[in-house]
Ligand binder design. Structure first.
Ligand SMILES: [Zn+2]
Length: 479
């Protein structure tokens, strides 16, 4: 039985789907007016690993992830910023494109990125702009139920009228009054009420007809509308990053439950933030990375997937370039292991002793750790133990085809969940030479060309050549 940590109940609990063998899972997806950063990718990977493990356990998972292509989304650090700037307008001005072109471009980049990370595609990726009608229907229902009010073409959710507001984030309205940095809006009855519909200012690019005004929906209503449309009124699992607990998910819950009278989700699963060098990632601190930055430094993106696996989703993953190098070296270790096993499967059959019993115990331990709230770092340590034992058996000359096959099967079973795409042939460049290549690139980016040249000499002395390509790319070849 799998146990998951449920934010709603604040505890690790046995997970039961509503319908036997079937799971309805909703994940908050990307906003498509900019590149998704590696923190977003971490959240998408956690959702993917969860889905893979549920499928491993025999569930049929219907996964829906929304694409936010409405431009009013506000900065992460501003709570309930209902009067926030039009990010789509900003991006449109910056890139001289229409909002639709911008959304399409970044949506394609998103799919490119998740494919690179071997993230399974969801059943469907609904776009917010295609579901305005559904959002309006929910808002009408909320007004009918006395939970929302209209003022000057704007509609707000009346937080005090919804019993249980704060049950997900464990925030009390009293605390909101004092603590939160809530955005002012002249038409709000209370500061902590949040927007369901807003009258559009003249310059707003995306706006729609509604019973209240030509305007645009509030941030949170899209997830209520799309989860209901594709998965029904009660989800089995709703996931997202911890930054979504409040206000986004708290408000989503209030809207959906306020409209249907039913629970929005059985289990709410949230991953902790990804940190960079122990700090919160931000553009102003210069520690903000997108996936392309990792690829540009010559890393295999599977190493990023492995890095995410090596940290539990409920602890902060600390991203550093050193950790990336370590992850890449672990990935190579796994690849060599997989390659060796293939080689031995062609070997002649030797006598089998009771080693096969060990192999079953690896799978048992793997499942036990994954059942325990998806403990991927522990599950990986089971794999590493199996690798080390296998290497020893090979070194002793005791490996035979039957055992190699059995280990291979165990590895493939585990990897259905880990989701690592294994290259059968590496480029043959040693990791320390690759590391020098990255160091050299870092110096070049900082315009320290003298240091960069010294590193080039070091690489050449070791018998390799560096060739610079455009866009900070480079390749290393054997001389
Ligand atoms: Zn959402």
């Amino acid at each position: 039985m799998i146990k998951l940590y449920n934010t709603l109940t604040n505890q690790k609990e046995e997970f039961h789907s509503q319908e036997k063998g079937k799971i309805k899972m909703y994940n908050c997806g990307p906003t498509v007016y900019d590149y998704a950063h590696i923190g977003n990718m971490n959240a998408f990977l956690v959702a993917d690993i969860l889905r893979r493990y549920l499928e491993y356990k025999g569930y049929e998972v219907r996964q829906i992830m929304n694409i936010t292509d409405v431009g009013h989304l506000t900065a992460d650090d501003i709570n309930q910023a209902d009067t926030g700037e039009d990010k789509m307008l900003k991006a449109a001005l910056r890139e001289k494109k229409t909002p639709a072109e911008i959304a399409e471009y970044y949506t394609q980049v998103f799919f490119y990125d998740i494919d690179k990370l071997n993230i399974k595609r969801a059943a469907y990726y609904p776009r917010a702009t295609a579901h305005i009608g559904q959002m309006i229907k929910i808002i009408e229902k909320l007004i009918q139920n006395g939970l929302a009010y209209e003022a000057n073409g704007n509609v707000f959710f009346d937080v005090e009228k919804f019993e249980g507001y704060g049950k997900l984030s464990k925030k009390k309205i009293d605390e909101l009054k004092v603590g939160a940095r809530l955005e002012e809006h002249p038409d709000k009855k209370n500061q902590w009420d949040f927007a369901l519909w807003l009258r559009a200012p003249q310059k707003h690019l995306l706006k729609w007809e509604s019973p209240w005004s030509v305007g645009y929906p509030g941030w949170h209503i899209e997830c209520s509308a799309m989860s209901m449309e594709y998965l029904g009124e009660t989800l089995d699992i709703h996931t997202g990053g911890e930054d979504h607990i409040f206000p986004h998910h708290e408000n989503e819950l209030a809207q959906s439950e306020g409209a249907t009278g039913k629970p929005l989700a059985v289990c709410w699963l949230h991953n902790r933030f990804l940190l960079v060098d122990g700090q919160k990632m931000s553009k102003s601190k210069g520690n903000y990375y997108i996936l392309k930055d990792i690829a540009d430094r010559g890393y295999d993106l599977m190493a990023f997937r492995l890095l995410v696996l090596s940290s539990h989703y409920r602890s902060n993953l600390n991203f550093t370039w050193r950790a990336m190098s370590q992850a890449e070296s672990n990935l190579e270790k796994i690849e060599n292991f997989a390659e060796n096993l293939k080689r031995f499967q062609a070997e002649p059959f030797k006598d089998i002793d009771d080693r096969c019993a060990d192999i079953n115990s690896y799978i048992e331990r793997f499942e036990k750790t994954m059942d325990d709230d998806l403990n991927t770092p522990k599950a990986l340590s089971v794999l590493y133990e199996m690798i080390s034992k296998t290497n020893a058996t090979i070194a002793e000359g005791k490996m035979d085809s039957a055992e190699a096959k059995k280990i291979s099967q165990a590895w493939e079973k585990m990897n259905k969940v880990f989701g690592l795409k294994i290259k059968s042939k590496r480029d043959g460049i040693p990791l320390d030479i690759k590391e020098l290549g990255r160091k050299r690139l870092a110096e070049r980016i900082k315009q320290n060309f003298k240091e960069a040249d010294l590193i080039r000499e070091e690489i050449e002395k070791a018998g390799y050549l560096v060739e610079d390509l455009k866009d900070n790319n480079y390749s290393i070849k054997k001389k």
